[in-house]
Ligand binder design. Structure first.
Ligand code: GDP
Length: 288
């Protein structure tokens, strides 16, 4: 899969985070609950040292609730790490964030100093939506396409907390080919960066193993074909994506599957579990 990254943005972000990290009391890392491992930013792990961190699993309204619970447990088992599932679509779940910060950083608040919280996340995880909700006003630009530039912001959100929006651009680390595909499936990577049918075939292959019933029910498939590509063909046939001569327009079928996955038409689906990611990491480590 060909993906173009921008090392310039990455180095700028790294330098600026290094400059402010020593003044930070707590890091909030916003993740996509459907891909909590693939949407992590490697720089945060590298630069945070012993700083406490809350992993916010946002978009939990789109993810499988059982899998999200496994991820919360997984992150909480790490040193100085807390985890919380939210959805920025409702204020209600976001209201848990500030009390959680205060549970962790007690000292500064007692001394009357504002707590300094760095909020970080790769593009499209919902970081701006969360910042705006916490600030109760529009301070960060939101959108469904990954943005290209952002400048650093320091935002007083009340309750004795100053929020530092991560400067520069934080790209995900593509841990593996699987991570690349999962980022593409969820829309974290722009569609122009990959082949649609390639990503949709990957998705179909995954759904056959992890969510076969949802796939069968949605597309009225009695049997699931052995490969993702053939499943796309079956979906295309069911949906009338046909060229003259009866050949399936794979690109159209791919678009249908990806769109319906992202809009939860197939149900709430997580693209990775802690167990899967640990096994993949072991395989990568063995190769090195
Ligand atoms: P940022 O690039 O991380 O700042 O992401 P944005 O805040 O711009 O959000 C990216 C897209 O995800 C927007 O279309 C948001 O409306 C959407 N979004 C953000 N949070 C959630 C959520 O919890 N659930 C769902 N379904 N969509 C969300």
């Amino acid at each position: 899969m060909a993906i173009n990254w921008y090392p310039g943005h990455m180095h700028k972000a790294q330098k600026e985070i290094k400059d402010i990290i020593s003044d930070i009391d707590l890091i909030i890392e916003v993740l996509d609950a459907r891909i909590p491992n693939s949407s992590e930013n490697p720089m945060i792990a590298q630069l945070r040292g012993e700083k406490p961190c809350i992993k916010i699993l946002n978009k939990s309204d789109l993810a499988d609730a059982d899998t999200t619970a496994l991820w919360i447990e997984h992150f909480k088992s790490h040193k100085n790490t807390d985890a919380l599932a939210v959805t920025a679509k409702t204020q209600e779940s976001l209201q848990k964030i500030i009390p959680r910060c205060k549970d962790i950083v007690v000292r500064d608040v007692e001394e009357g100093k504002p707590m300094r919280v760095l909020i970080a996340g790769i593009p499209n995880v919902g970081k701006s939506t969360i910042i705006n909700a916490l600030a109760k006003r529009i301070v960060a630009k939101t959108g469904n396409e990954p943005a290209v530039t952002k400048s650093q912001q320091r935002i007083n959100i009340g309750s004795g907390i100053t929020l530092f929006d991560t400067p520069g651009m934080l790209w995900p680390k593509i841990h593996s080919e699987d991570s690349g595909y999962r980022l593409a499936v969820t829309g974290a990577i722009k569609e122009t960066a990959f082949e649609l049918d390639d990503v949709a075939s990957y998705l179909a292959d995954y759904l056959v193993v992890s969510y076969p019933e949802q796939l069968k029910t949605r597309y009225e498939l009695e049997e699931l074909a052995p490969s993702g590509y053939e499943i796309l063909e079956d979906i295309g046939r069911k949906r009338g994506c046909l060229r003259s001569g009866g050949r399936v327009e794979i690109n159209k079928a791919a678009k249908i599957l990806l769109t319906e996955l992202r809009e939860t038409v197939l149900g709430r689906i997580s693209m990775e579990t802690p167990q899967m990611c640990m096994a993949e990491q072991l395989a990568i480590d063995k190769k090195l």
